[in-house]
Design a protein around this ligand. Structure first.
Ligand code: SF4
Ligand code: SF4
Length: 284
């Protein structure tokens, strides 16, 4: 049963982080601004929730770009599902690079029970190298979040070779916030191996609240959840996950959720389906 979805409301970003896999040539040719009526997607999600009486459908406004760049559109979508947000049938979140988000935005998200996560790669020396010298700006936004919500937000940190080389400083950086941290493995040409990533996660777990999850994604330290209960909307189509936008879509965006039945073969879920597919170990 699908009880999680992410919607990429845009394919654009105001930054150009060095490791951004959405900006890689491999992905760029697949990312097009095709017509996608997000309100139709939200109608289908609400229908699905009501039909199956789902409580806490997890909905991420996250994807191939910076959601706050299209804040007015995002605001419209959130208001449209506000009754489901207030009664807890939908648990919504977004993740921002923290460079455009204002106190007014943060107050809006709080008022509608939408969680906001911030991407920050730990210490300034590493974050600034990979994420366009934005550490100060992101910290300012995180402090604004604290002022408005009385606690620090969840944070997302990409783990590459620099973080591995400075793992203690990276972990020290996150300790004072006492919030949930999602580490994701850097992939692509600057990527690290799964085993290096797991070794880091094991150390981080000793001192931080690390989000890993079960059948979710190997990039976050869990197992591959492709095709189980989670779908990703982008470019007018539905995909297995955000990293699979260069694989064949599994449905058109306006398909009712009941009718979305990913047909993927059995595989060892400690591996990434996408990597197996690309390495031709799996063919659909
Ligand atoms: S903020 Fe995110 S989407 Fe934007 S360039 Fe950086 S990694 Fe890519
Ligand atoms: S296919 Fe790869 S990127 Fe997608 S959910 Fe599975 S592990 Fe994550």
């Amino acid at each position: 049963m699908i009880d999680r979805a992410c919607i990429s409301i845009n394919n654009r970003c105001n930054l150009s982080c060095i490791y951004c896999h959405f900006r890689s040539q491999e992905k760029l040719e697949y990312l097009h601004d095709k017509d996608m009526n997000v309100y139709k997607i939200l109608d289908n999600i609400k229908l699905h929730i009501d039909k199956l009486n789902i409580q806490g459908f997890k909905l991420g406004f996250v994807g191939n770009g910076e959601p706050v760049l299209d804040f007015d559109a995002l605001k419209g979508y959130i208001v449209y599902i506000s009754d489901y947000l207030y009664n807890g049938k939908i648990k919504a979140y977004t993740i921002t690079n923290g460079t455009l988000v204002t106190k007014d935005h943060l107050e809006f998200f709080r008022n509608y029970n939408v969680d906001v996560g911030f991407s920050i790669d730990g210490i300034p020396e590493i974050h600034n190298k990979w994420r366009c010298n934005t550490h100060n700006i992101v910290i300012r936004a995180i402090n604004d979040y604290h002022l408005i919500n009385g606690c620090y937000p969840s944070m997302n940190c990409t783990v590459g070779a620099d973080v591995l080389a400075h793992y203690e400083e990276t972990i020290d950086f996150f300790v004072p916030f006492d919030s949930k941290i999602t580490f994701s493995r850097m992939i692509g040409e600057n990527g690290i191996t799964l085993s290096e990533f797991h070794q880091f996660i094991d150390k981080a777990k000793l001192r931080l609240k690390v989000r890993t999850g079960g059948y979710d994604c190997t990039m976050y330290g869990g197992k591959c959840g492709a095709g189980i209960n989670n779908i990703f909307y982008a470019n007018g189509c539905v995909y297995l996950c955000g990293n699979c936008v260069d694989l064949p879509p599994i449905a058109e965006y306006d398909t009712e959720l009941d009718a979305i039945k990913p047909d993927i073969p059995f595989f060892d879920r400690t591996n990434c389906y996408k990597e197996l597919y690309k390495n031709t170990a799996i063919k659909r």
